[in-house]
Ligand binder design. Structure first.
Ligand SMILES: *Cc1c(COP(=O)(O)O)cnc(C)c1O
Length: 410
């Protein structure tokens, strides 16, 4: 067991970890804040560092590891595919890409898929499709404060928060921002150059906040009245995480386009834009591409993830697991004034605090529990769909202690 560093509360880096950190310091661009922990292997909701310390991971892969670390059916499918055909470009047909598109289409609104490699790329495809539908005449998109859509220049321009724009200007033109939940503001922003509305049905980076009652219905109505495309960014909430295949299925509103990534391939990189079939014609050959998009390995992982979710009944499991989390975290809220609100939508969980969340994350790390903090005060959990009740209780015990201890220090 590693010892605790007095200043950071993080486990003190052992010799192996120290060597890795030294290499990073010399050769890796320092654009991420990292904990001094070097992870080397994982299984399910457990992960181990270079010194052999075991952690319970309630935030596996920033939500990408939807089925936990190294889920066996996904590992097997990738191993088989990678030995047969790793990559061919989209100048050829491959069976896995077509099958993957079919499975996604049948579980959503029956549209067509464009494949890419990440969330920001999926949103770029959606932005382009909105513009191409009218040959650029109606290029503008309305997005929302508190949303997050990615880091490439189009997606970052679509993201309202100024902190993501600092030093990067000028932003791509054509985006206007409404307060989240404010339909009147949306109505006022629509003009004859507006082509679409882009929104996360459940804000992720924004603090795990589901759309308020009636909001998505209202956006659907505005989109229909003004002939706008309604685009849902489901990069964080999609693919089964919330107990339905897609986040929008909780709200009874059907979008025209959804964007997916993060958990789409259960840890392998992959992204997708699903669009209504009649809109797909606007992405003609030559208008858009992603060299690695829909490659056989990502497709094999994506297909295996969907099959595993169905064969193991994981959508129902998520709904049951969410109730355990809710009960435990609500109990914590009643006993601990530092907990202001608890939001549980399947395996997408936000615990809003009255205190600084960073100290809680460090306290959790000290207890060998991996969690995340967003918006400064929201502890965010994106647990694996395979998490067991025992792991949930264990995780909530450790998280509760870390919050109570951090509150006592504040
Ligand atoms: C993470 C995220 C993105 C960006 O995805 P990348 O794969 O990092 O490009 C976009 N939208 C939402 C809602 C996200 O959570």
């Amino acid at each position: 067991m590693a010892t605790i560093d007095a200043t950071t509360h993080a486990p003190a880096a052992g010799t192996l970890t120290r060597a890795v950190i030294d290499t990073f310091d010399r050769y890796v661009v320092p654009n991420y804040r990292r904990f001094p922990v070097c992870l080397v292997r994982g299984t399910g909701s457990r992960v181990w560092d270079a010194e052999g310390t075991e952690y319970l991971d309630l935030f596996p892969g920033w939500g990408c590891n939807l089925l936990g670390h190294c889920p066996e059916p996904v590992v097997r499918a990738v191993q088989e595919q990678v030995a047969r055909l790793i990559h061919v470009p989209n100048t050829w047909y491959t069976e896995p890409q077509g099958e993957w598109a079919r499975l996604l289409s049948e579980r959503s609104f029956g549209g067509k898929a464009f494949f890419c490699n990440s969330g920001t790329e999926a949103n770029e495809a959606a932005i382009k499709l909105v513009r191409l539908r009218t040959d650029g005449r109606r290029h503008k998109l309305i997005t929302f404060r508190g949303g997050f859509h990615g880091r490439t220049m189009g997606s970052v321009s679509a993201t309202a928060q100024p902190k993501y724009h600092e030093g990067l200007g000028p932003m791509l033109a054509g985006f206007s921002f409404a307060p989240h939940g404010d339909l009147d503001a949306v109505e006022k922003l629509v003009d004859d150059q507006t082509g679409g509305i882009l929104v996360e049905p459940i804000l992720g980076e924004g603090g795990v906040v589901p759309a308020p009652e009636g909001f998505l219905q209202g956006l659907r109505r505005i989109a229909d009245e003004h002939d706008l495309l309604l685009v849902f960014d489901e990069v964080q909430c999609g693919c089964g995480r919330t107990g339905t295949w897609f986040g929008y299925q909780h709200f009874g509103v059907t979008p025209d386009i959804i964007t997916l990534a993060k958990s789409l391939c259960a840890g392998i990189s992959g992204g997708a834009m699903l669009t209504r079939a009649d809109l797909a014609v606007h992405l003609r050959p030559g208008m858009h591409a992603a060299t690695f998009g829909g490659n056989p390995v990502a497709a094999a992982a994506g297909i295996a993830a969907i099959r595993m979710i169905e064969e193991e009944g994981l959508l129902d499991h998520v709904t049951a697991a969410a109730e355990i989390f809710r009960a435990r975290l609500e109990e914590l809220r009643h006993h601990c004034p530092a907990v202001v609100a608890v939001r549980v939508i399947g395996m997408m969980i936000g615990v809003e605090l009255a205190i600084d969340g960073a100290a809680v994350v460090e306290g959790c790390l000290e207890k060998r529990l991996l969690v995340n903090c967003t918006q400064g005060r929201v502890i965010r959990l994106l647990p694996a769909m395979t998490i067991t009740p025992a792991e949930i209780h264990d995780g909530c015990d450790r998280l509760g202690e870390a919050i109570v201890e951090a509150a006592a220090r504040t």
